[in-house]
Design a protein around this ligand. Structure first.
Ligand code: C2E
Ligand code: MG
Ligand code: MG
Ligand code: MG
Length: 282
């Protein structure tokens, strides 16, 4: 191709780049306002015992109903908050509010319900910000054995030794650690075994292919049996069809989450679901 056509491609590329940068700066500014004004809210998605249909616990998932832009997905704003370091303040808000909710549920007779909170690798990597999270945890006298922090593989790959040390500090409370989105990174179970992890959540991309995607189905089955032999609790995420559910039960996957069972719900709605013995099926 000609220099001219190449030139215009570069322009298109740099125009797009400019737009992306402007969007990110705008998002950082919006996040600043959002954090100051506490525009965020937490939804809770139940996790089920697949054999009995009982709810074992809930995962807190942050939501941002932006006053002008409508709903903004955490997949959009969490990565930007991580880059801009706003994740620290946001995560302090999240942990504080999730634990406040847990305490309230304990007082309302739901002390058996476990609570999972996602923890950004950025927070785990920063000693001063990790300490702030520890202070928040210590300030709520909840049943820590019912608290789970979910982390992803990135943190373990980049800073193994600090990650182990900090995760162990959480475990001293009795808090458990879950490895989220397992299978999407490069870690093998033998690598994971060296880490203070109690629970493995098999990523939705594997569950999605059940039972048609043969390879993913074989991988899911093998991750599950190996993880169970190694005494990990295994959770399947993103169960959307009856077929997936039946298959997971067949291979003795005991726990799972997904739209088929229940979508993430605001706290008052999830409270109703937790109080009633009805299945949460939509
Ligand atoms: P994640 O921790 O793996 O959370 C599961 C995501 O899958 C949630 O998306 C949930 O709504 C969605 N999901 C659940 N069941 C199904 C299903 O059956 N089908 C499909 N297609 N999706 C399902 P959400 O809430 O949009 O969160 C996306 C990601 O953003 C989370 O993935 C997590 O990495 C991050 N995130 C969300 N809330 C927080 C938070 O409070 N703190 C941090 N650090 N990250 C968060
Ligand atoms: Mg999670
Ligand atoms: Mg997950
Ligand atoms: Mg995920």
């Amino acid at each position: 191709f000609t220099a001219k056509s190449l030139g215009s491609e570069i322009n298109i590329y740099s125009d797009q780049l400019k737009k992306d940068i402007v969007n990110q700066i705008q998002m950082v500014n919006k996040l600043q306002v959002g954090i100051e004004k506490e525009e965020f809210t937490l939804f809770y998605q139940p996790e089920f015992n697949l054999h009995t249909n009982e709810i074992i616990g809930v995962e807190a998932l942050v939501r941002w109903p932006h006053p002008e832009n409508g709903f903004i997905s955490p997949n959009t704003f969490i990565p930007i908050a991580e880059k801009s370091k706003q994740i620290y303040a946001l995560e302090q808000w999240i942990v504080n509010n999730a634990l406040k909710q847990k305490l309230k549920w304990e007082e309302d007779g739901l002390e058996h319900i476990e609570l999972s909170i996602n923890l950004s690798s950025k927070t785990l990597e920063s000693e001063s910000n990790f300490q702030k999270i520890e202070q928040i945890i210590a300030s709520y006298k909840v049943d820590y054995t019912k608290i789970i922090f979910e982390i992803t593989e990135t943190v373990i790959i980049s800073h193994v030794d600090t990650a182990i040390e900090r995760l162990n500090r959480l475990r001293e409370y009795g808090i458990r650690i879950a490895l989220d989105d397992f299978g999407t990174g490069f870690s093998s179970l033998t690598h994971i075994m060296k880490l203070p992890i109690d629970i493995i959540k098999i990523d939705r991309s594997f569950i999605k292919s059940i039972p048609k995607g043969n390879e993913e189905t074989v991988i899911t089955k093998n991750i599950l049996s190996l993880a169970q032999d190694l005494n990990y609790r295994v959770v399947a995420e993103g169960i959307e069809t009856q077929e997936q559910l039946e298959y997971l039960k067949l291979i003795s996957c005991d726990r799972g989450q997904g739209y088929l069972l229940c979508t993430p719900l605001p706290s008052d709605k999830v409270y109703e679901v937790l109080r009633s013995s009805d299945d949460c099926v939509f």
